[in-house]
Design a protein around this ligand. Structure first.
Ligand code: DGT
Ligand code: CA
Ligand code: CA
Ligand code: ZN
Length: 536
């Protein structure tokens, strides 16, 4: 399932081109099931299981950390058929009576239920985006379709998505709607009209499609993109100018202003410059537009190097050469190899001897790699804020990342002190994924973030926006705050495989939502300037 979610392209495209065989880890059985689902919307195995196992029990599998074995155990052992019943069994102590079920596991299950409630049915941006892109790719080429885009929170790049909103301009809306509800991904039609439909995809994600005639598209796309708060604020500005603004257009009295298909025309009639999509949250962007101080937001193309990557030496899947080749193929000037340190045994952390060997190997390969490669390390921060390697070894490296993977249950004061300890180490250049959150799975650890920013600014230590789609850490709000406190940032992918470098788009989305310019992000600097900043 993880593999499916992380495919860089729609599985339908892969299947259509007969390339299912190329996906690592997919055997004959899985390929057959995917083909079934794409063709018929289901697969015989699913139909069989669906009839034998209550839907509520399958629903338990949606809880992060609860596997099929546990779901079966609580169902057959305690008759639990719903999340509510599972919670009841956990609280009453019944759950703890099952063989192999310790108090710690029970607490984990309760925490997971609580988190699932908070997230509701929201899915990760990285899961929604490929779905939306595949729907758009199927509808946009149709002859009667003039425009078709995804809008809503997905277009604004929120880290989680409630539902997917599609908007379009069609010369024959009925035909486009009919095509939409018959797409192979659609599991169920919820509502259908002449110009709109709402469906649920097989995975449960709900999708809205709204259509207008060509010529009216600008206001529609604009209305369904901006957050509600952004639209309401704009409406007030419109009223002050004697204008009325809604999804159908901008009106003076009963007369519609001819805006056409361009959404920026909406800003133009209000006397404003176009506001970048990622800023449309009413967090000061309208005032900035009025004052002419909108930031020139960072783009993917501004990044000159990705300086957080792993190899087979720790928990990556590729060699130094393969990672270098992938970084070079993206047009980067530089990169870093930053495998884990000794304490992180589960991730194959390097001992000092192995790290010294790796440094020598990078020096030896350097000329052949065709890209500047920093010998680095992602050093674990110990419980007391000291680092997992001696300073003498850190001094041999070109680039040092520090991060907290272990001992993260210490409480705010201790955790803050610990991070500041690492920040104050003169060898440390960057703190990776500074709040430790995993979207939908683990909350940020308690932290005095202002104190962390103060230390980072004072020592010239950078904080990371980690692009890994289940981290996105720092978040947009934290990154914006850090930047306002004078902290420099870096956007990295934490690549564990060559194609992970492509995850940069998610980190850049966070950076843009944080109002960052290329100037604010250190790894937009050319190699010489980046080296100057490192001061090594
Ligand atoms: P989500 O789906 O929870 O991740 O968040 P959104 O932002 O996609 O919200 P959604 O799906 O309810 O609405 C889609 C877009 O339409 C959203 O960008 C705001 C806009 N919108 C929806 N309803 C209203 C409304 O009543 N007033 C205004 N001004 N805008 C609305
Ligand atoms: Ca939405
Ligand atoms: Ca919606
Ligand atoms: Zn890492």
């Amino acid at each position: 399932m993880q593999t499916l979610h992380s495919l860089p392209e729609p599985v339908a495209d892969v299947a259509a081109e007969g390339r299912l065989d190329d996906i690592p880890g997919f055997g004959e059985a899985i390929r057959a099931k995917i083909t079934d689902i794409l063709r018929t919307g289901t697969t015989p195995l699913y139909e069989r299981v669906k009839d034998q196992v209550p839907a509520g029990v399958l629903g338990l599998l949606g809880l992060p950390g609860l596997g099929a074995k546990t779901a079966r155990q609580v169902w057959q052992g305690l008759g639990v058929e719903s999340v509510e019943a599972l919670e009841e069994a956990a609280r009453s102590g019944k759950l703890a009576t099952l063989p192999g079920m310790g108090e710690k596991t029970v607490q984990k299950i309760l925490a997971s239920i609580e988190r699932a409630r908070r997230y509701g049915d929201r899915i990760l941006l990285s899961q929604a985006l490929p779905l939306a892109e595949s729907l758009v790719a199927q509808l946009r080429p149709r002859a009667e379709v003039e425009h078709l885009d995804y809008a809503g929170s997905l277009r604004r790049g929120l880290e989680t998505i409630g539902d997917i909103d599609l908007v379009g301009a069609s010369r024959d809306p009925a035909a486009t709607i009919a095509a939409f509800v018959h797409l192979p991904q659609v599991g169920r039609v919820i509502t259908q009209g002449e110009r709109m439909a709402r469906v649920a995809l097989h995975g449960g994600v709900e999708v809205d499609l709204k259509l207008v005639r060509p010529g009216d598209y600008g206001p529609l796309l604009h209305h369904f993109t901006g957050s509600r708060a952004h639209s309401i604020h704009l409406r007030k500005i419109a009223e002050a100018r004697g204008l009325k603004i809604n999804e159908y257009g901008v009106f003076r009295g009963d007369t519609e202003l001819p805006l056409g298909d361009d959404e920026d025309a909406v800003y133009q009639v209000l006397g404003l410059p176009p506001i970048p999509i990622h800023l449309r949250e009413d967090r000061g962007e309208i005032e900035a537009a009025q004052a002419g101080t909108l930031p020139h937001l960072i783009t993917e193309a501004d990044i000159r190097g990705d300086v957080h990557a792993h190899t087979t030496a720790s928990d990556g899947t590729a060699t130094i050469e393969q990672m270098a080749q992938a970084a070079q193929a993206r047009g980067y000037e530089y990169m870093a190899i930053t495998d884990h340190s000794q304490s992180l045994r589960i991730a194959g952390g390097l001992t000092p001897e192995r790290l010294r060997g790796q440094i020598r190997e990078i020096r030896r390969l350097e000329d052949a790699l065709g890209i500047a490669c920093f010998a680095g390390s992602e050093v674990d921060i110990r419980a007391d804020g000291t680092l997992d390697f001696e300073d003498a070894l850190l001094a041999e490296l070109d680039f040092v990342i520090a991060s907290a993977h272990l001992h993260n249950n210490q409480g705010e004061a201790a955790q803050t002190k610990r991070l500041i300890g690492a920040i104050e180490n003169p060898h440390v250049d960057l703190i990776a994924h500074p709040t430790g959150r995993l979207l939908g799975k683990r909350d940020p650890y308690p932290l005095d973030f202002d104190a962390v920013c103060e230390a980072a600014r004072r020592t010239g230590t950078a904080l990371e926006i980690n692009s890994s789609p289940d981290r996105l850490d720092l978040s947009d709000a934290y990154a914006r705050h850090a930047c306002q406190q004078g902290v420099r940032l870096m956007v990295n992918t934490d690549a564990h495989a060559p194609d992970n470098y492509g995850l940069l788009r998610y980190g850049i989305t966070v950076a843009r939502r944080a109002w960052l310019t290329a100037e604010d992000v250190l790894n937009t600097r050319p190699l010489a300037a980046f080296r100057d900043w490192l001061g090594r």
